[in-house]
Design a binder for this molecule. Structure first.
Ligand code: TYM
Length: 327
């Protein structure tokens, strides 16, 4: 069975971008593939985190996975730092990927711009991400558009490593959703919806109550020219809403643009569709967070399964580069 791997950082509240960009694909892929889904807590350390808060968010993020429909009976769900092979293979990836390649990563440029001090791990982050993926002999990586460049780098690293040391890694490919691969902020529609940078009114959280979802959609920034068409560069706000409706309703962009003539009714239908999709997620999340011990037990089982796979790949890679095995 083909293998799937993906991850989410536990560094904020899960939002609609995570849901439409990644989670919905994760859930669908469980039907066909052997899936590994990871709370990538080591990645969060690339920027400042409060220790107690990081622990809390790690559990919350795992609850989010289950709340959206990841089934622990079929998929392996775990925390990155519980499987030490990730950090170890990351070193081999840092020794495969070039400084110049890391310097070209747009996320690094964006996140480091204007900062007085930047952690070295923010720079080497894509090497850790490559390790995450390659450890599981991953065929497919379901992600949003912002991760595309990191997956390209992972592919390059795998191909280079295999070329230099012999076939060791599976070369993975990114899988992006047909719509909403890049969900934009509802208030600043030229910016990506993001847990760290968006405004609260511009971001729909996975656990927002229905009234908050409806209000945020109603107040979403559009434009004043009044023509209902899909045109992301000239009409980013409206185009984002159209994409969101296409993604949650399964309707095509053309069908949507031809069936509305005003923004108000489109917003109303989008609000209803989002509320219908997210209300069960919110309810399940509440139930799951009521029993964190159960979640910890699931994560422990997941770590055990993940480590068994990861240990084999790491051993293969260490052997390939010439590290002397223990006697
Ligand atoms: P993270 O935690 O920022 O986001 C998790 C997932 O959500 C997607 N996403 C979005 N999709 C559409 N529109 C948006 N506005 C939006 N915001 C976020 C992301 O594309 C991602 O799929 N580096 C990764 C985590 C990671 C990873 C991995 C992913 C670490 N190792 C290995 C895949 C495989 C990240 O920071 O995602």
């Amino acid at each position: 069975m083909a293998r799937v791997f993906s991850g989410v950082q536990p560094s904020g509240t899960l939002h609609l971008g995570n849901y439409l960009g990644a989670f919905r694909q994760w859930v669908a892929m469980q039907e066909e593939f052997d899936c590994f889904y990871c709370v990538v807590d080591l990645h969060s350390l690339t920027v400042e985190q409060d220790p107690a808060e990081l622990r809390r968010k790690t559990i919350e993020t795992a609850a989010g996975f289950l709340a959206v429909g990841v089934d622990p009976g079929r998929s392996t769900l775990f925390v990155q730092s519980h499987v030490h092979e990730h950090a170890e293979l990351a070193w081999l990836m840092e020794s495969t990927i070039a400084f110049g390649e890391l310097s070209r990563m747009t996320q690094f440029k964006e996140k480091s711009a204007g900062k007085a001090s930047v952690r070295a791990s923010l720079f080497t982050y894509p090497a850790l991400m490559a390790a995450d993926i390659l450890l599981y002999d991953t065929d497919r990586v379901p992600v949003g558009d912002d991760q595309r460049q990191h997956i390209e780098l992972t592919r390059d690293a795998a191909i280079r490593f295999n070329g230099r040391y012999g076939e060791t890694f599976v070369v993975p490919e990114a899988v992006l959703p047909a719509h909403a691969a890049r969900v934009m902020d509802l208030q600043q529609p030229r910016n990506k919806m993001s847990k760290s940078e968006s405004s609260p009114q511009g971001t729909i959280d996975l656990v927002d109550p229905p009234e908050a979802i409806s209000q945020k959609v109603r107040r979403a920034v559009t434009d004043t020219d009044g023509s209902l068409r899909y045109d992301p560069s000239a009409k980013p706000g409206l185009s984002n809403l159209i994409e969101l409706l296409a993604s949650v309703s399964g309707r095509s962009i053309e069908e949507i643009t031809s069936s509305y003539s005003q923004y108000g009714p489109l917003k109303a239908d989008l609000a209803d569709a989002l509320v219908a999709a997210l209300a069960p997620v919110r309810e399940r999340y509440g139930q799951l967070m009521a029993d964190p011990a159960e979640l910890s037990a699931l994560l422990e089982q997941g770590a055990e399964k993940a480590a068994a796979v990861a240990a084999k790949t790491l051993a293969r890679a260490k052997d390939a580069v010439g590290l002397l095995p223990r006697a």
